[in-house]
Design a protein around this ligand. Structure first.
Ligand code: URP
Ligand code: ZN
Ligand code: ZN
Ligand code: ZN
Length: 479
């Protein structure tokens, strides 16, 4: 099966050119300049499908390196299954995800990982890999880390937040990082001071401040700055490279920049919610007009930050200056009904998370439209760097011969109305959208994964058995 994507503007992180992309089977086999007679008239004749991309961008499929399908959290599970979540990903131009396999205290890492394989296998519309959450660092889990690289799981996540759930104390973090440094595993860190946050949350609760908004007050930026610094120093001491997830506070970025300026092997991602949504808007949504509980839609950790204090601008700036290297979603959807509602009257019981997997490419393209980032940087932040960071480079994240035929045709003249309801996008399994009302100049036009068309002419043509497990190599960012 040969497919030719013709006449489009091919955008890689390294540059932009007018070229045709030829896919044979699952792989890109050539990028051909228009008018070149390398292939002569044979080319058009020998392909099975021609996709006309004239006037459109042709980019490597998005890689969302931070998703939580079916995550057990707060007495419930994230509402997207691997099937619904990866179909939504495809609609949004994301052709690979890296989800988090879960080990909780008292469970075996191997069992958590096997469970995650069971959940995902045969249920993914796009390719999928795993990071391993280590929620209980002890002798057994440290030993289990030794087999992860062979399993193609070359990164793992620790939590400085959520005491009693996924939390690791400094002693546990130190021991895990020592092990990771030996093994070449990339340490991903949820950097918030969980024990201190729990005290603040309890005090707010005692004062009757129980609305969703107070989630963000309890999780003050100082909690993120402090934990980020601590993670950097522990990583530095052990020689483990560090990747800080869902960075939202400008002071946390300052810590990352400080460390990078000193040559430390430290990286960070932010998420669309920390670029576009603010604590002030969350507060506005808790006015009587909306009903105080409306704010639960935006309860996530790290929390939304104050726009007035400059956190949102700081995230955009860091993406430009490369103090932050990537944008992932931290896709962790919960419905309002029966899920977010668990925290009615007590913000501490609201399951944490926002669903955005479908909107990341569109929302980040908006940064190109508004002049905040270049086209090439859009591709770099959403695809090329995720591939390099997480051991997929060459296979994913780039349009070049030999790479997988994961291609998105993106129409800069199209329009996308994000939200829940008639005439809007939204294929995620959620009864609301945290992004309701966002209007995008641009539209995902056609999506291919390993040469198979998943989205074309506003139709999903994929299958839940198409997605394959990605056995990842070591991060390209290890030294
Ligand atoms: O609110 C969030 N981020 N939920 C998912 C779990 C995590 O901490 O990434
Ligand atoms: Zn489960
Ligand atoms: Zn986290
Ligand atoms: Zn997460």
């Amino acid at each position: 099966m040969k497919t030719l994507i013709s006449g489009g503007t091919v955008v890689n992180s390294t540059g932009t050119a007018t070229a045709d992309v030829l896919i044979d089977g699952e792989k890109i086999v050539a990028l051909v300049s228009p008018g070149s007679d390398v292939w002569g008239s044979d080319l058009e004749r020998s392909v099975d499908t021609v996709i006309d991309a004239t006037g459109k961008y042709v980019i490597p499929g998005g890689i969302d390196a931070h998703t939580h399908m079916q995550l057990p959290f707060g007495g419930t599970h994230a509402s997207d299954t691997f099937e619904t979540g990866t179909i939504a990903a495809a609609w949004g131009g994301t052709t690979s995800i890296i989800d988090f396999a879960v080990q909780r205290t008292g469970e075996r890492v191997e069992d958590g990982l096997a469970h995650w394989h069971e959940l995902a296998a045969g249920n993914c519309a796009v390719d999928y890999g795993f990071h391993q959450i280590i929620g209980g660092v002890d002798e057994l889990s440290l030993k289990a880390m030794e087999t992860l690289v062979d399993e193609g799981i070359t990164s793992y996540k620790l939590f400085m937040a959520y005491p009693g759930v996924f939390y690791s104390d400094d002693a546990q973090i130190l021991r895990a990082m020592q092990k990771a440094a030996d093994l070449g595993l990339l340490t991903m860190m949820h950097a918030e001071n969980g024990p201190a946050i729990d005290v603040l949350a309890e005090q707010l609760h005692q004062q009757g401040r129980t609305d969703p908004y107070f989630h963000g007050i309890a999780r003050a930026w100082q909690m993120e700055e402090e934990a980020t610094h601590r993670a950097i120093m522990l990583a530095d001491l052990t020689g483990a490279p560090l990747y800080v997830v869902h960075v939202s506070a400008k002071q946390a970025v300052e810590q990352l920049a400080w460390a990078r300026d000193r040559g430390k092997n430290v990286f960070g991602e932010t998420c669309p919610q920390y670029l576009y949504l603010s604590l002030e808007e969350q507060l506005a949504a808790t006015s009587d007009q909306w009903g105080a509980f409306e704010g639960a839609k935006w309860v996530c950790s790290t929390p939304l930050r104050s726009k007035e204090e400059g956190h949102l601008d700081a995230m955009w700036q860091a993406l430009r200056t490369n103090d932050l290297q990537m944008v992932s979603t931290d896709h962790c959807p919960f419905c309002m009904k029966d899920q977010k509602e668990l925290g009615a009257g007590d913000f501490r019981a609201i399951p944490n998370g926002i669903g955005s997997i479908e909107h990341r490419m569109d929302l980040m393209y908006q940064g190109v439209v508004t002049g905040k980032i270049t086209l090439e940087r859009w591709v770099e932040l959403t695809s090329t760097t995720p591939a390099r960071m997480f051991g997929l480079h060459g296979q994913k994240g780039v349009l070049q011969p030999g790479a997988d035929g994961d291609v998105v045709v993106y129409d800069p003249n199209g329009h996308t109305s994000i939200g829940f309801g008639e005439g809007k996008t939204h294929h995620m399994n959620m009864d609301h959208s945290a992004w309701e009302g966002f209007e995008i100049d641009g539209k995902v036009d056609t999506v291919l994964s390993r040469g198979c068309v998943l989205i074309r002419d506003d139709e999903y043509l994929g299958s839940k058995t198409h997605g394959r497990f990605l056995k990842r190599g070591l991060s390209q960012y290890l030294v």
